[in-house]
Design a protein around this ligand. Structure first.
Ligand code: GUN
Length: 309
């Protein structure tokens, strides 16, 4: 992928995730056009939602819109809340077999009567554009980043794009989820960053966050009205890179922390747009991988990260 110049997406210390995303999305669009012509088939994402959760529906709509803008075909299955696990499994197996579909995304959470692990494990790992399947998590443990979780990929893409030497830095992550905190550990380790994960049971959080050269926070809980921010200026080391993943309100007291941070992400307009961009990158990577599997050689311009098999 063409390397991006920090001045293209930095506004002083502020990392503009929307600008960086737009740069990457335009490169993805160029690559989609080139490969569609080369292979005679466009990349395609299929999404699955079970139930009526308005948040899930909104996120999936945003994913379809983003696909369309870069030339990725997408369609979706919306199933009723009372869909059985067996019926959903049957659909996943059909989608796995369909060679016109390169990426499958089952929006989480699923209704409680369906076992998420069973469903996610059933997705063909080469079509698993969320990077949630056991095979892709295993690959991540061995250093492969190609189909890994989108939000952590968005975070490290921001860090990589800064052009800063990250080697040996101390990264502190406040989040231990399987979608954000845990995969991010692996991506930071791949960059020789020393990693600490904090969570709700961490003692003396401030003493840990103050050691962070890179502080990533994804708590998403507002404090009281008087003291609304989870991360205040006194919890941050001078010169730290501060990445705020929380939505819809950031965890970080942005204006105050900006004074001492070397770089900082805003909310909105920081990590958020990067997440969908990394999903697009994953769809393109899955498609390229599947086309290569069918013995068509490509000269890819985009660096998808290694796919350790
Ligand atoms: N629910 C919340 N975040 C995600 C995500 O990244 N992927 C899927 N499939 N579901 C989600």
């Amino acid at each position: 992928m063409k390397s991006l110049k920090p001045e293209d997406f930095l506004d002083g210390k502020v990392i503009d995730g929307k600008k960086l995303s737009n740069e990457i999305r335009s490169q993805i669009a160029t690559e989609v056009e080139r490969l569609t012509e080369l292979h005679g088939i466009a990349p395609k994402l299929t999404t699955v939602i079970v139930g009526e959760d308005p948040g899930s529906k909104m996120y999936v709509r945003m994913k379809h819109r983003a696909c369309k803008k870069v030339g990725i075909i997408s369609d979706g299955h919306t199933l009723p809340t009372d869909t059985s696990e067996e019926d959903l499994m049957e659909l996943i197996e059909d989608l796995n077999r369909d060679v016109s579909i390169h990426g499958i995304l089952v929006q989480l959470p699923l209704p409680r009567h369906i076992d998420e692990e069973t469903i996610i494990s059933a997705i063909d790992p080469s079509k698993d554009v969320d990077g949630f399947s056991p095979r892709n998590i295993y690959r991540l443990f061995y250093g492969g980043e190609m189909l890994s979780s989108a939000t952590p990929q968005g975070i490290v893409t921001m860090l990589d794009s800064l052009g800063v030497n990250l080697d040996g830095m101390h990264g502190v992550i406040i989040n231990r989820s399987t979608i954000v905190g845990k995969p991010l550990v692996m991506l930071l380790l791949n960059r020789n960053i020393t990693v600490t994960i904090c969570h709700s049971h961490t003692r003396d959080l401030e003493s840990v966050t103050k050691q962070a050269d890179i502080l990533v926070t994804a708590v998403g809980r507002r404090q009281g009205d008087e003291d609304p921010f989870f991360i205040t200026k006194d919890m941050v080391k001078e010169g730290a890179i501060v990445i705020d993943v929380a939505t819809p309100h950031g965890d970080v007291d942005f204006e105050a922390v900006k004074e001492i941070a070397s770089y900082i992400t805003p909310v909105p307009g920081g990590v958020g747009p990067m997440t969908i961009t990394m999903l697009l990158k994953n769809v393109l990577a899955a498609y390229s991988f599947q086309q290569a599997q069918t013995n068509v050689l490509t000269t890819g311009a985009i660096d998808y990260g290694s796919y350790v098999s």
